[in-house]
Design a protein around this ligand. Structure first.
Ligand code: F6P
Length: 341
């Protein structure tokens, strides 16, 4: 049996840990051979491959990024894309694929699986917005990086009596903002699921200054003000139709300066949240996902995605994982609200 492995979409800490676990268990327990496909779906589409075996996965457990490279290539947007993928898998003697990715990569995996390709999915995204799994790996690392940044920003904000707006990733879901905001003691948390009222933010900022502390506002990049004026960096769309977000933090900082008369700064954490070594939790989760994904291949249980439920790893239909995004519920957000201001 020869198994292809690819990583697609935005990279995230823990990808290498999955690849290592897939290859280590597949080679030693089942005697499988592996082939790496480079840069997400671009690999099988354009037949860009690399050697993948025990020697290639030595020492990669704590390394950020992905040794296979990644891209946001969508084969369904390319004429004859699916046929090319099927031909390239056949010409390389690849019997099954392990696709490690988020909503878009696994969306492609779902459709390919319906078209007869043997695929098992592994959920990754720092955004934690995939259905069917309690957590995706990469999220814990991103939350820890954002929390450390918030801790540091508290002390400099207080020294200068400034407002600091921290913009974190999360285009459709506010999980990173909510978790890091709670962990870092943010005074306001703004998420895409609940359009915000700037006047309410001003009230929280002013009440915070009355206690002689400086306000820290954590905002997800996809959060929008109630009036619906969405700040964007560009109108450019990627192959999956997503716009490049950014700018909401600057917009809020400028408005708060104007409305409160206090100095404000915006800090965009951006891709630092995705880089570098994964936390112990993400290494543990990614490793277990990898071990269970290759076991699913061995069982011929295709069209499935491994998922975390409590402390168990289960298999869920790929279609279930990609049907709808997992977003922050109003109840969870309301729970945090008592700490605002
Ligand atoms: O989906 C993961 C993610 O990190 C989002 O949080 C963010 O909006 C997006 O990727 C950024 O994408 P890019 O790496 O293309 O700038």
């Amino acid at each position: 049996m020869r198994v292809g492995v690819l990583t697609g979409g935005g990279d995230c800490p823990g990808l290498n840990a999955v690849i290592r676990a897939v290859v280590r268990k597949g080679a030693s327990e089942y005697g499988y051979e592996f082939l790496g496909f480079r840069d997400g779906w671009k690999g099988p589409l354009e037949n860009v491959t690399c050697e993948l075996g025990i020697p290639q996965v030595r020492g990669i457990l704590p390394r950020g990024g992905t040794i296979l490279g990644s891209s946001r290539t969508n084969p369904f947007k390319v004429d004859g894309g699916v046929e090319r993928i099927k031909e390239n898998l056949a010409s390389n003697g690849v019997d099954a694929l392990v696709a490690i990715g988020g909503e878009d990569t696994l969306g492609v995996a779902t459709k390919l699986s319906e078209l007869g390709v043997n695929v098992v999915g592994v959920p990754k995204t720092i955004d934690n917005d995939l259905g069917a799994t309690d957590f995706t790996f990469g999220f814990d690392t991103a939350v820890n990086i954002a929390t450390e940044a918030i801790d540091r920003l508290h002390t400099t904000a207080e020294s200068h009596h400034r407002i600091v707006v921290v913009e974190v990733m999360g285009r459709h879901a506010g999980w990173i903002a909510l978790h890091s905001g709670l962990a870092g003691g943010a005074n306001v948390i703004l998420i895409p699921e609940v359009p915000f009222d700037l006047e309410k933010v001003v009230e929280h900022v002013e009440s915070r200054f009355r206690t002689n502390f400086s306000p820290i506002i954590v905002v997800a990049e996809g959060a929008t003000p109630k009036e619906g004026t969405h700040a964007l960096h560009s109108e450019e769309l990627d192959a999956f139709g997503h716009v490049r977000l950014g700018g909401v933090g600057d917009m809020i900082a400028a408005e708060l300066e104007k409305r409160t008369g206090k100095e404000a700064r915006a800090v965009v954490l951006g891709h630092t949240q995705r880089g570098g070594t994964p936390t112990a939790f993400d290494r543990w989760l990614a490793t277990r996902f990898g071990l269970h994904a290759i076991a699913a291949v061995h069982d011929g249980d295709f069209g499935k995605m491994v998922a975390l439920r409590g402390t168990d790893i289960v298999r869920a239909p790929l279609a279930e994982a990609t049907r709808e995004l997992k977003v922050v519920t109003p109840e969870l957000y309301a729970e945090a609200g008592v700490l605002f201001g």
